[in-house]
Design a protein around this ligand. Structure first.
Ligand code: UT7
Length: 308
């Protein structure tokens, strides 16, 4: 299909495989599967949830939200559930930083509503916006979803200690995912190129390294920590070279840096929850460990968080 090679993709990005949704599945299906797994893991029932927040830049449609669709797929309708009218569902677009932004939304919600049970999902169907004739983007992204349950109280595996969310909209042109209402499409028109993902890769690379490094350092400093206090560092999984560059600027030992971009490619808002789950399955992430998260994405948006 493309003028590329396995050697180019692997050496420039570290990506070996990527996952593509079945034709009849959407971000909400992947999100609902991740949500059900997270609930099982937390020993909770769907009816326990009070809030569903979905980070996505590739929703099934502009309306309704993926969060409402996930609620439906989990069997949460107002006629069947005791919590009628008490389930807040919405999507938000923090691009690749969405999941980390969602941690801050969840923290704020739990501060306001101490009994809340927040289901935070990152779900993406990026393959639906890939131009498979554009070698500079189509090899980089995959579909995926991950979910976590957040609530107050004891018995938690990890606490969300601190989160910082940053953005600079003057760089909005660096990454674009089309299909919004700025596209003037009439019935019968051919699909224009702007429908698909476009990216200024080299510039994004530069900003991603700079922003994730700076924000990680700030996060450590403001919590009185150094890299020695961190058990695991998980950065947004877009490119192995970006992760390695950030790790080396932080003087983070290699064995503390988690990488799974080789398996899933860049799944945008889903990379961090997929990595948390994968790290846990591999025994690299154990309850109580101190974890530093860093992220970067379109907008441009970036941030860091401390779990432990
Ligand atoms: O989630 C946040 C958003 N995404 C990212 O964080 C991605 C950030 N950027 C990157 O990961 C890298 O910039 C890329 C992987 C996109 C590109 O790697 P690079 O080392 O920065 O390559 P480049 O853009 O400087 O391109 C080098 C060459 C170019 O050819 P010329 O102009 O030197 O002749 C490209 O046309 O590589 C060419 N190229 C490819 N060749 C083979 C670009 N894509 C491909 C490809 N196969 N798939």
């Amino acid at each position: 299909m493309l003028d590329t090679s396995d050697e180019w993709i692997t050496s420039r990005t570290g990506i070996r495989t990527r996952h593509i949704l079945d034709d009849d599945a959407n971000a909400s299906d992947a999100g609902a599967a991740a949500a059900a797994a997270a609930l099982r893991d937390a020993g909770l029932e769907p009816a326990d949830i009070t809030h569903i927040f979905v980070a996505t830049c590739t929703p099934d449609s502009l309306c309704p939200s993926v969060a409402c669709l996930i609620a439906d797929k989990l069997g949460l309708s107002s006629t069947q559930q005791p919590r009628c009218g008490e389930l807040m569902c919405f999507d938000f677009n923090g691009a690749c930083s969405g999941f980390l932004y969602g941690l801050e939304l969840a923290r704020a919600t739990l501060a306001l509503h101490p009994d809340a049970v927040v289901l935070l999902v990152g779900a993406e169907a990026l393959s639906r916006r890939l131009n498979f004739h554009d070698r500079s983007t189509c090899v980089l992204f995959g579909d995926g979803a991950g979910a976590v349950v957040l609530r107050n109280g004891g018995g938690a595996l990890w606490g969300v200690r601190d989160v910082s969310c940053c953005s600079d909209g003057s760089f909005h042109q660096l990454i674009n995912v089309g299909g919004g209402t700025s596209m003037r499409v009439r019935a019968g028109d051919p699909v224009p190129d702007e429908f698909f993902i476009s990216m200024q890769g080299r510039e994004v690379f530069r900003h991603a390294v700079r922003c994730m490094t700076a924000e990680s350092k700030k996060m450590l400093e403001r919590n009185g920590l150094t890299v020695n206090d961190i058990d695991l560092f998980i950065a947004h999984q877009a490119n192995l070279r970006i992760i390695e560059a950030v790790g080396s600027r932080l003087d983070m030992p290699e064995d503390k840096i988690f990488v799974n971009v080789q398996k899933f490619a860049n799944t945008s808002a889903a990379t961090l929850p997929l990595a948390l789950d994968d790290a846990r399955a591999q025994g690299r992430l154990k309850p109580g460990m101190r974890v530093l998260l860093a992220t970067f994405g379109g907008g441009m948006t970036w941030g860091a968080a401390l779990l432990g």
